[in-house]
Ligand binder design. Structure first.
Ligand code: NDP
Length: 480
């Protein structure tokens, strides 16, 4: 069976302790490769490699660093089919989704930050008759990037690209559940001429290798995307060491539908915002609030569309949903369906596993699920499920829906459907969320700030925000 390796100092190496863990294929439920279960010794080796590389990488001109990163972006693009197949197999997502979203966006992430850094200017503040301040922005040194399993290479590259572009060296860890495309990335970096030790990719469990990255005194900043509980732990561990932290955490996003919306556009987008990537996108709108005059119309049309949605193995070109990422995750999602029933909810469609035929019979497939009749403040409507499950709830007034939308501990994204311009602005202003999409969903402009409020995280990624995070400002004042 294939054994993946860590990528340290420009070489693929085995974990020092020689421990491996199974990597499952969600579509079949079978183990298909082994991945290193790295620990603090491997992190130490990676940090030493990064330390050696930092003076070289940070001293390169911005144009040279940018050129290496453009070549990485082109390298992924050249091997598009290989990356797409690997992402879909590792994660269970439809091949078509990996081909249209995940891998093209990873290509864009590298390209975007490779070019953004060329335009990144620092500030100067003129004091009339007194002097002038100018601000330098220098790389931090060695930084840690830790990413989740839902959009594996997409979110991995979203952190690594700005970190590298700003001149840092990186020790990175993808999720142990979806390591494969990060494993392939090492080869692309090598071919692109990235100096050894600039990017080090370690595999293994969060509690061992992830924790060792966070705790290492030479790692100056942690950029983390994952669950709120893990984020809390990382914040507690890193804060006494005064590390910079960017935490992109969970969500329980509202999708608010007013009666005056463009119904057909809303309906097809709501299908995507509910169930894309099997509902495993932190930005999915899992709580759907519908204005009462169109509640019954929406419910009928939505349930019909959901029932016609094809769940199938990832390489089936008709599949709109593939497998969820793991058996424990499937069980977690199903436990929330049971909880919803206990809390008085009615399952309008779905709510069960799909048993496929042949080699896929052990795969982790779930029917997309719609539930109604739940109180806005019950656990099903407050806790993140992160699967193909949405609830629908009617509302009568703006005040009522705002109260329900803002009632969770989270505040990542939100979606509003209305043709009333004034209302759209009013609502956008009052919603507790880092991102508001009006009459749309998941439209991403890489220049805009990305992140959430409350328990959805601290800090923002994207554009200048990311480049500022990965640099340290130093102000210099010159007296006239
Ligand atoms: P986890 O928090 O379980 O894991 C995220 C990453 O952290 C993984 O690489 C994991 O390793 C690692 N990790 C786990 N424990 C530690 C630790 N003690 N120290 C350091 N690293 C650790 O999240 P999931 O992978 O389950 O991802 C799903 C979550 O991510 C959801 O809550 C979702 O909302 C959130 N998310 C947020 C996004 C945002 O932008 N705000 C975007 C996408 C997802 P391993 O898995 O190998 O154990």
């Amino acid at each position: 069976m294939e054994k993946l390796k860590n990528f340290i100092d420009g070489k693929y190496v085995e974990p020092i302790a020689g421990n491996y863990i199974d990597n499952y294929e969600p579509a079949t439920g079978k183990v298909y490769c082994l991945i290193p279960n790295s620990d603090a010794q491997d992190v130490e080796m990676a940090v030493q490699a990064a330390e050696k590389a930092f003076p070289i990488w940070s001293a390169m001109s911005t144009e040279e660093r940018s050129a290496v990163m453009v070549r990485i972006s082109e390298g992924i693009e050249r091997r598009m089919d290989e990356f797409v197949a690997a992402e879909s197999r590792d994660n269970g997502k439809p091949l078509t989704l990996a081909a249209h979203v995940d891998i093209p966006r990873a290509v864009s992430n590298f390209h975007f930050f490779a070019t953004a850094i060329i335009h990144f200017a620092s500030e100067s503040h003129y004091m009339e008759g007194v002097g002038v301040n100018y601000t330098m922005r220098k790389p931090l040194g060695i930084v840690g990037c830790i990413s989740p399993w839902n959009l594996p290479l997409y979110l991995f590259s979203w952190k690594i690209a700005p970190a590298l572009a700003s001149g840092n060296c990186v020790v990175a860890k993808p999720s142990e559940i979806t390591p494969y495309t990060a494993y392939l990335l090492g080869q692309v970096c090598k071919e692109a001429g990235m100096p050894d030790g600039v990017l080090n990719i370690l595999h293994g469990e969060g509690g061992s290798v992830g924790d060792a990255i966070v705790k290492h005194p030479k790692v100056k900043a942690i950029s983390f995307t994952g669950g709120t509980k893990t984020g809390e732990y990382i914040a507690r561990t890193a804060a006494p060491m005064f590390k910079k932290l960017s935490l992109e955490l969970g969500g329980k996003n509202p999708n608010i539908i007013f009666a005056d919306c463009d119904f057909d556009d809303m309906l097809s987008t709501t299908l995507r915002s509910s169930f894309a990537n099997q509902g495993q996108i932190c930005l999915c709108g899992s709580r759907i609030f519908v204005e009462r005059p169109i509640y019954e119309k929406f419910k009928k049309a939505f349930v019909e569309k959901v029932e016609n949605t094809v769940v199938s193995y990832p390489t089936d070109k008709h599949a709109k949903l593939g497998a969820v990422v793991s058996k424990p995750h499937m069980e977690k999602v199903m436990s929330y369906v049971e909880l919803a029933k206990e809390e008085g909810g009615t399952v309008l469609t779905g709510g069960h596993r799909v048993i496929m035929e042949g080699e896929y019979s052990e795969g982790y497939y779930l029917r997309p699920t719609v539930i109604e009749g739940l109180a806005y403040d019950c656990r099903t409507n407050q806790e993140e499920i992160f699967g193909p499950v949405v609830t629908i709830t009617p509302f009568d007034t703006e005040e009522e829906v705002l109260m329900m939308a803002n009632s969770t501990q989270y505040g990542l994204s939100s979606t509003l459907w209305t043709n009333d311009l004034k209302r759209a602005h009013r609502m956008a202003d009052k919603i507790h969320a880092g991102i508001v999409w009006i009459n749309s969903w998941l439209v991403r402009d890489l220049r805009t700030p990305f992140g959430g409020v409350k328990a959805s995280g601290v800090g923002r990624e994207g554009g200048w925000e990311a480049l500022r995070f990965f640099t340290e400002p130093k102000n210099v004042f010159i007296k006239y």
